[in-house]
Design a protein around this ligand. Structure first.
Ligand SMILES: NC(=O)c1ccc[n+]([C@@H]2O[C@H](COP(=O)([O-])OP(=O)(O)OC[C@H]3O[C@@H](n4cnc5c(N)ncnc54)[C@H](OP(=O)(O)O)[C@@H]3O)[C@@H](O)[C@H]2O)c1
Length: 327
């Protein structure tokens, strides 16, 4: 048996309830993992509200770290007793123990503790594919400017540090002066409070009128127009989230008139479609964390029983960095 958070219908944080559920044996391609910590992500809110619909009843949560308890047929990269961490489908990581597909579960290297593992896999692998693989046609070079919204959030503070390590000048936005300070402390070259400032105008100022090569936009509805206005010709708008709501259809003519722009709507799980690509991305993340270039900033910890409050705080923009559920 395991304590697990379930929802019976889409809705507010009050739909998140802890239940005692039965946990079976792993089938082919699966493992059973006992979590030591679980990561919270904004996608969990989309799953809860139904922006990304789930079949009911549903588990919630896509990130965790713990110890492998049992291994199903055909799983060769994990053994019983391994320390492991993951970002993976299907949702259901808000629990003590679960059976799940093994493909996206990686062995956690020595020197990376469970809380760090639980906090960093979904957010860190997202920063990885954004900064390394979601690039303008001519790529990114040392000193290039990129714009990154919600820079003091979970993905954001990891991206600030990783961008600095790559020699990029990340212009971060955030909803308060305190959050801007945090982004700067984590490696953002510039920070703009987009609650009080016109960020597109500030980006133009900072870049000497040119604009950035890429705008990484997870805020969506409230920011995408400003993101387009922050791009230089041939620039790339990478919309990877809906913090303020989904981006409505964009008129392709806008991309022409603003300078032959590109738009993409990437998701982590396209990049993690195979065991090989998952491990290669994870190895890159593990290396940058073990080197100390990227420190995983855990801003909040909640008990599993306090999961409703954790969701309220995440949606109310009260959190910074990564959030975990402790077990
Ligand atoms: N496509 C992918 O592969 C992928 C993978 C991972 C994450 N994501 C996306 O990346 C974003 C960041 O994820 P995260 O888990 O690290 O969350 P997070 O950044 O810690 O939290 C979301 C942040 O978005 C900002 N925000 C702006 N407008 C908002 C609004 N109306 N309501 C709520 N928040 C608002 C807030 O920061 P300020 O107060 O500073 O504005 C808030 O703290 C999310 O949109 C998520 O869906 C996408």
């Amino acid at each position: 048996m395991s304590l697990a958070v379930q929802i019976r219908q889409h809705g507010g944080p009050e739909e998140l309830n802890v239940a005692d559920v039965e946990v079976g044996q792993p089938g082919p391609g699966q493992i059973r993992i006992r979590h030591h910590a679980v990561g919270l992500n904004f996608i969990d809110v989309y799953h809860r509200t139904g922006l990304y619909p789930l079949q009911m009843p549903a588990g919630i949560g896509m990130e965790g770290a713990g110890v492998v308890e049992a291994v199903g047929e055909g799983v060769t990269h994990l053994r019983v007793g391994d320390r492991a961490a993951y970002a993976a489908n299907p949702p259901g990581s808000y629990c003590e123990v679960r059976v799940m597909p093994a493909q996206n579960v990686c062995r956690l290297p020595d020197g990376i503790d469970f809380e760090t593992g639980a906090a960093m896999m979904l957010k860190g692998l997202t920063a990885q594919y954004l900064l390394k693989k979601t690039l303008p046609v001519e790529g990114l070079a040392l000193g290039d400017f990129v714009l990154f919204h919600a820079a003091a959030g979970g993905v954001g503070l990891i991206a600030c540090q990783w961008a600095r390590a790559l020699g990029l000048q990340l212009i971060g936005t955030a909803g308060s002066d305190a959050k801007c300070k945090l982004a700067l402390e984590h490696g953002a070259a510039h920070a703009i409070n987009y609650s009080t400032e016109n960020f597109a105008a500030r980006v133009k100022e900072i870049t000497g009128g040119k604009g950035v090569k890429v705008a990484y936009d997870s805020v969506g509805k409230d920011t995408y127009e400003g993101s387009i206005d922050s791009l230089r010709p041939f620039g790339l708008l990478a919309v990877f989230g809906n913090g303020s709501g989904p981006v409505p259809p964009i008129n392709l003519g806008t991309l022409a008139s603003k300078g032959s722009l590109y738009v993409t709507r990437p998701t982590l799980f396209t990049h993690m479609a195979t065991r090989e690509s998952t491990q290669a991305m994870a190895d890159d993340l593990f290396a940058v964390v073990r080197s100390g270039a990227v420190k995983i900033p855990i801003g909040q910890r909640y008990a599993l029983a306090d999961v409703q409050q954790a969701h309220r705080d995440l949606e109310a923009r009260k959190t910074t960095g990564c959030t975990i559920l402790t077990l």
